[in-house]
Design a protein around this ligand. Structure first.
Ligand code: IPM
Ligand code: MG
Length: 372
């Protein structure tokens, strides 16, 4: 069935532009070969938008994001903008997109491809077959809590304040997302908090338990609780003990970077950020790699485009119900890795080191082969 999809692509800064150029090749391929029309618009976010417009996200760009069927984002930030005002820093544009689109559930799957078992810093048997889903709360907690700021104290010192704050429903809705995902997987959810130190952590634990005990559809879920520091340790000690992890914005930021490295490289990890479905069942969504703008390798055709390409696959799966097309992309990535293609971040002895565009070429060839 022919389908029309409106995408907003925001390449952003640093390697964002290079990796998103490879995503464009994959959207073109899926469009041409699977009978889908992608209406694609591009705009600026982050430092490049500061340079062009004096703000990391214009209202026009925000409006386009609200109107799009999905947003694909590259990465934001870089040393060039280290000194700009905190309120307009590159990251502020990304945070506004998340907040104003209501993208409270951030899905970060950490899957270790067989071909990359030796690229991880962990022993192969610890990570072979690894398949974890981290669900990070994305629009609340200390990232957005008030009061916040830096104030001058009477004695000449300064004080920096941020507030960790969560309300009942903010916790329950993201826990439900984790439970729904777990129902499609192994049925186990580990909720991570610091209930031993923080009242917001006690509430987190109580509300996660409440959903589990009161919503009948989750009766078969196995819910356990873990302190977030212990979870960080367990992720490198015995990562395969986890199925789905659900946690707050800050702990999720940290735990997902750890989980990413288990898969061999930050350059491999995609993510989906989803809002609540509206009356017609459609949810706002943004898809982005977990990695940042990597200014040290930007502009050199060295970056790994796989995390961004897999993020597009997540868009097909979660926003457009195009699971078969998503499978095709994921399978093509698996195949190029099995054939030995590696960008620098996942390079191993005996493999075939390639560039950003070279990896894009290989993935297109693999897609062609799969389509037969
Ligand atoms: C991430 C990033 C962002 C975050 C930054 C760029 C604001 O680290 O998506 O994990 O802290 O959420
Ligand atoms: Mg992060």
């Amino acid at each position: 069935m022919a389908q029309d999809i409106n995408l907003l692509i925001l390449p952003g800064d640093g390697i964002g532009t290079e990796v998103m150029a490879q995503v464009r090749r994959v959207t073109d391929w899926i469009g041409t070969n699977q009978g889908i029309t992608f209406n694609i618009e591009e705009d600026l976010v982050g430092g490049c938008s500061i340079d062009a417009h004096g703000t990391s996200l214009t209202d026009e760009c925000m409006a386009k994001a609200m109107a799009a069927d999905a947003v694909l984002l590259g990465a934001v930030g870089g040393p060039k903008w280290d000194k700009v005002d905190f309120d307009i820093r590159p990251e502020a544009g990304l945070l506004r997109l998340r907040k104003d689109m209501g993208l409270f559930a951030n899905l970060r799957p950490a899957i270790c491809f067989d071909a990359l078992v030796d690229a991880s810093s962990l022993k192969p048997d610890l990570i072979s077959g690894l398949d974890i889903m981290i669900v990070r709360e994305l629009t609340g907690g200390v990232y957005f809590g008030e009061p916040r700021g830096i104030t001058d104290l009477p004695d000449g010192q300064r004080r920096g304040v941020n507030t960790q704050v969560y309300d009942t429903e903010e916790i329950r809705r993201v826990v439900r997302v984790a439970f729904d995902l777990a129902l499609q997987r192994d049925g186990r959810v580990t909720s991570c908090d610091k209930a031993n130190v923080m009242e917001s952590g006690i509430l987190w634990r109580e509300e996660a338990t409440w959903v589990h005990e009161n919503e009948a559809q989750y009766a078969d879920i196995e819910l356990s609780h873990m302190y977030a520091d212990n979870a960080a340790m367990q992720l490198v000690r015995q990562p395969k003990q986890f199925d789905v992890i659900v946690t707050d914005n800050l702990f999720g930021d940290i735990l997902s970077d750890t989980a990413a490295m288990l898969t061999g490289s930050l350059g491999m990890l995609p993510s989906a950020s989803l809002g609540a479905p509206d009356e017609s069942g459609v949810a706002k969504a943004m898809y982005e790699p977990v990695h940042g703008s990597a200014p040290d390798i930007a502009g050199q055709n060295l970056a790994n485009p796989i995390a961004s390409i897999l993020s597009f696959a997540m868009a097909l799966r979660y926003s457009f119900n195009l699971g078969a097309e998503a499978d095709l992309i994921e399978k093509s990535v698996e195949n190029v890795l099995a054939e030995g293609y590696r960008t620098g971040d996942i390079m191993q002895p005996g493999m075939n080191q390639t560039t950003t565009t070279g990896m894009g070429d290989a993935i297109i060839v693999a897609l062609d082969k799969l389509a037969g």
